[in-house]
Write a protein that binds this ligand. Structure first.
Ligand SMILES: C[S@@+](CC[C@H](N)C(=O)[O-])C[C@H]1O[C@@H](n2cnc3c(N)ncnc32)[C@H](O)[C@@H]1O
Length: 259
């Protein structure tokens, strides 16, 4: 189990196979505009979903370096990308990248920076390793944009408050434009990617994430086991009656290192 990320490689594999996250990756790939033979760094690769997509874009004459601070994530990435010779996956930390200056055409960092305390240092490291004219893609969630149906809004609030208290930057998107500008990046493009579910389906993104958000709140002592069970049962019942609704916004930032 990953200590920093509050979930295992297996649960990430499950949650990030959801169609909404497949769509999110497609938007990321489309906006990166990659071409064959490019060199890309995928930071905080998790179980390697995005690494795999990037590898297919750059082809066998390209290179994808995938790094993650957790060994189990690197193992999962190696398994997923087993047949792709252009992928090199190693343990590493975004705040101290073990790569030379200006060697990558692009760097991606999706759903990682919320866990990182030294955000400025992480962004500076990304800027350092990307070539002049290269691209940086960062994707983050603003959990305050969640709209969801629940018969127990107070429990929902406690669960979200516990999440705010758990990670370093739970609501990073509102700060990213300035952070990227201050780091010297230009041509910043921002796209909102809403994740919407109207069914209580264990295979969709919201059910997976609400499960780990409530487990986190219980672990933090913000809700009791009984409240957690009541809240979950209510969501399931809302699903049965056709009243389930969940939406949260993710934001994709694409920025360029000046020539
Ligand atoms: C939510 S997952 C996202 C995985 C992947 N980027 C994706 O979008 O599918 C976050 C990942 O960031 C990694 N991570 C957290 N802090 C990190 C750091 N300081 N340096 C590198 N990876 C980190 C975690 O281990 C985890 O695998």
């Amino acid at each position: 189990m990953s200590q920093s990320s509050h979930y295992s490689a297996a649960s990430l594999n499950h949650a990030y196979a959801a169609p909404e996250i497949v769509h999110q990756r497609q938007r990321t790939i489309d906006n990166l505009g990659l071409s064959a033979e490019q060199k890309v760094l995928d930071i905080g690769c998790g179980t390697g979903f995005l690494t795999f997509e990037i590898a297919n874009k750059v082809g066998t004459n390209g290179l994808v370096c995938a790094i993650d601070k957790e060994a189990d994530m690197i193992l999962a990435t190696k398994e997923r990308c087993n047949a792709l010779q252009q992928v090199e996956a190693t343990e590493g930390d975004v705040t101290a990248l073990k790569f030379a200056d200006s060697i990558f055409d692009a760097a991606t960092c999706t759903q990682v920076l919320l866990y990182v305390e030294k955000i400025n240092q992480a962004i500076a490291e990304m800027v350092r390793v990307v070539k002049p004219g290269g691209t940086i893609a960062i994707l983050e969630t603003d959990w305050r944009t969640t709209v969801m149906q629940s018969s127990f809004p107070d429990i929902t609030d406690s669960i979200y408050q516990a999440w705010d208290n758990t990670v370093s930057s739970p609501n990073l998107p509102v700060k990213l434009n300035k952070l990227l500008t201050d780091a010297g990046l230009v041509d910043i493009y921002v796209e909102a990617i809403p994740l919407v579910n109207t069914e209580f389906d264990p295979g969709n993104f919201s059910v997976s994430s609400l499960n780990w958000l409530s487990a986190n709140a219980y672990k933090q002592g913000a809700i009791t086991k009984k409240e957690s069970a009541l809240w979950r049962e209510d969501l399931e019942n809302l699903g049965h009656s056709g009243a389930y609704f969940f939406c949260v916004n993710r934001f994709l930032f694409i920025a360029k290192k000046p020539q």
